[in-house]
Design a protein around this ligand. Structure first.
Ligand code: PRX
Length: 663
């Protein structure tokens, strides 16, 4: 549990907000209009999952119909067995075939505002089909075959969505790496996935500066070695290194590529993508998602949770980066099948001014807005004058994801952004779950600030103890899912034991999410935070061991312990305690500061800027139990400035504690 203040406040929250009456009026149509409708469908989905999901799957084109809905042999779920389809076809071609080729699929806005005007591109389904097909042919021309893993490391440009859909089209699973990750992180992922083809850009715009994507790729390939082809999109026009034979310009290859490229018929259980996420060991794990179940689940959740309705002038905007699962599922794959334009924005929320997001909402008349609590807290801090400058009356549904939302931020979102007219959907899910599992439905569920409320259709969630026994109301426990759902992960790439161990060993017979939670007397879920060595920084998952490994890889550091601390904007910040090599002991305060800066930059280089510690403390020793385990709980208390004397009984060396406390 990382953010104790947030947890304290949610424990006492009892304000209930019914779906605002204005919502149904403005939406025109509401998919799930009442709690009765929700309960009836949820009951059906649990009692007859095969019937429920078989009907949901009918909304899609299948090249070969599936013969069986589910095969469940713990821990392996297979959905829509025997069926073949293609998610790119269902996102793009199906819309063109149905006569909607001229509808807008993607609205993109770049970060720079040349001459004070934004750069905007609108891609129709027909244009998207042509661009995706062209790039799919480019990949084939480079020798990419069905089953080959293609790594994508780009900024938020339309070509990122085009590249991922092109991979899906030809059956090459993609592995997208967030553009904020470092060369080392790319090298690790490329090596783990044995990926020979990489798609990148010369650079990405971020807060008016260029992130040197291609430079990072070059450094990564030096470490990883196995990459044979790199396709480079020209975006920032910055000078870059070039290796003839290996590097190719996107615009040159696509210029001569054909617009005809049939979609491969993929087995429902063929891998669609690999996405690396942090766990409690130092090595990120490649989460595997497959085709059919992921397609059906993400599109259905997107439709019901955001109340997506085509032909009603909706514009959906999720502010996440496609490098995270939120962007995979709720910018691209779950949205395009619903035929509501999905907006992609390239840059930072405060560039050139802190009102950029609200400016975008106003200009594009955004109807659904999905962001993270960390962003909401930053907006609160920047001041109400920024949203107040803009007409936000187009908004219908507001969403949050990634971390618990503190009630103050919830209320601010509700009042200042939503003018009390928009339901808030606080969606709980994970990279591993593929789609949203616990969430309100905007026209039905009464919401309580801080609670992600109730399970989506087909989700059998429970709070249990280590023996798998369900806990009574308001008793904290482990969040577990008792039945398989279509978009659940199918494994960790190349690591079957870790897959079983992480998700299916702690609680007998159930999927263990890694989160602690409780249910209230209403049955609503309240997420309390991770119970493993994972911290959630600004809604992004980081393993404490990853940061520790990065620190000890520096010459000065002997041993490091990393814990989460409450942070006003990030939710959880990173505190690092390090012991140093004797020759690197700083002589004075200035040297101490310099070493802190060096180590922070080093972590930024090893993992990425998001992993840079907020606090670095040097100490002669780390507090350990008699069996040698680092006492993280104690370090958390010290970092947060709240000593807790009861916890010191097993401490090996009391003088360590005195030193850490500065006494
Ligand atoms: O701890 C939970 C938290 O984020 C974790 C999943 O992180 P990741 O795989 O990076 O996916 C984030 C986006 C889906 C969870 O184990 N988390 C996610 N959503 C919420 C949340 N915690 C509380 N409330 C949420 N709505």
């Amino acid at each position: 549990m990382s953010d104790t203040t947030a947890i304290e406040s949610v424990l006492h929250e009892n304000r209930v907000f019914d779906p605002p009456a204005a919502f149904a009026r403005r939406a025109g149509h509401v998919h799930v209009p009442s709690m009765e409708a929700y309960h009836a469908r949820h009951r059906r989905s649990i009692e007859d999952p095969e019937g429920f999901w078989s009907e949901a799957a009918e909304a899609f084109d299948w090249f070969t119909p599936f013969s069986k809905v589910l095969e469940w042999k713990l821990p392996d779920a297979k959905w829509f067995l025997g069926g073949t389809t293609n998610i790119c076809h269902n996102c793009v071609d199906r819309q063109v075939d149905a006569g909607y080729g001229d509808d807008v699929a993607i609205i993109w806005e770049g970060e720079p505002m040349p001459g004070g005007r934004p750069e905007v591109r609108r891609l129709t389904y027909r244009e998207l089909q042509a661009e995706v097909s062209r790039f799919a042919n480019v990949l084939k021309g480079l020798g990419v075959e069905r089953g080959d893993i293609v790594t994508i490391y780009m900024g938020m440009v339309p070509e990122l969505a085009i590249a991922m859909l092109a991979c899906a089209r030809i059956g090459a699973p993609h592995s997208i790496i967030f553009g904020g990750f470092s060369a080392q992180a790319i090298a690790d992922r490329v090596t783990d996935a044995q990926s020979r083809t990489l798609v990148t850009a010369d650079g990405a715009w971020r807060r008016g500066k260029v992130v040197p994507l291609k430079g990072n790729v070059d450094a990564a390939i030096e470490m990883a070695g196995i990459v044979e082809n790199v396709v480079v999109l020209k975006r920032t026009e910055t000078a870059i290194g070039w290796t003839d034979g290996r590097d190719h310009w996107w615009h040159e290859l696509t210029a001569s590529a054909s617009e005809e490229c049939p979609c491969e018929a993929m087995d429902s259980e063929d891998m669609l993508f690999l996405l690396y996420t942090s766990g409690s060991t130092g090595k990120p794990k490649g989460i595997m998602h497959t085709t059919g179940g992921y397609m059906v689940y993400t599109a259905l959740t997107a439709r019901e949770v955001f109340n997506l309705v085509p032909d009603r002038d909706q514009v959906y905007w999720c502010t996440a980066d496609i490098g995270w699962v939120t962007g995979h599922s709720y910018i691209v794959y779950g949205i395009l099948p619903n035929r509501v334009p999905t907006l992609m924005y390239e840059g930072a929320p405060n560039h050139p001014e802190p009102d950029r997001f609200w400016d975008i909402v106003e200009r594009h008349k955004v109807t659904q807005f999905y962001t993270a609590p960390t962003a909401i807290r930053a907006f609160m801090k920047w001041g109400d004058e920024h949203p107040r400058k803009h007409d936000l009356s187009s908004l219908q549904v507001l969403g949050t994801v990634g971390e618990p939302i503190n009630p103050e931020a919830w209320i601010w979102y509700h009042e200042t952004i939503g003018s009390k007219q928009c339901p808030i959907v606080d969606t709980w899910w994970q990279t591993e779950t593929g789609g949203q599992l616990l969430t309100p439905l905007p026209g039905a569920t009464p919401t309580v600030p801080g609670s992600c409320t109730l399970p989506f259709f087909g989700i059998d969630a429970a709070i249990v103890n280590e023996q798998g026994e369900e806990q009574p109301a308001n008793t904290g426990g482990l969040l577990a899912i008792r039945q398989p759902w279509p978009s659940m992960l199918r494994g960790i790439y190349g690591d079957r034991p870790r897959f079983i161990d992480t998700y299916f060993s702690r609680i007998p017979g159930m999927y263990f999410a890694g989160d602690g939670a409780r249910r209230d007397e209403r049955g609503y879920f309240w997420i309390m935070g991770r119970v493993d060595d994972v911290i959630n920084v600004s809604g992004h998952r980081l393993g404490t061991m990853e940061v520790e490994s990065a620190l000890v890889s520096h010459d000065a550091v002997v041993e490091a312990a990393v814990v989460g601390i409450p942070h006003e904007i990030k939710g959880t910040g990173i505190a690092a305690f390090c012991t140093l090599e004797p020759q690197h002991q700083p002589a004075d305060e200035a040297a101490t500061e310099a070493l802190r800066a060096t180590l922070s930059a080093h972590v930024g280089r090893e993992i990425g800027p998001i992993a840079r510690p907020d606090l670095i403390r040097f100490t002669d020793a780390l507090p350990k139990t008699r069996s040698g385990k680092i006492m993280r709980r104690l370090l958390r208390d010290i970092a947060a400035g709240e000593d807790n004397p009861q916890d010191m009984s097993t401490l090996e060396d009391q003088s360590v504690l005195a030193q850490l406390r500065g006494t």
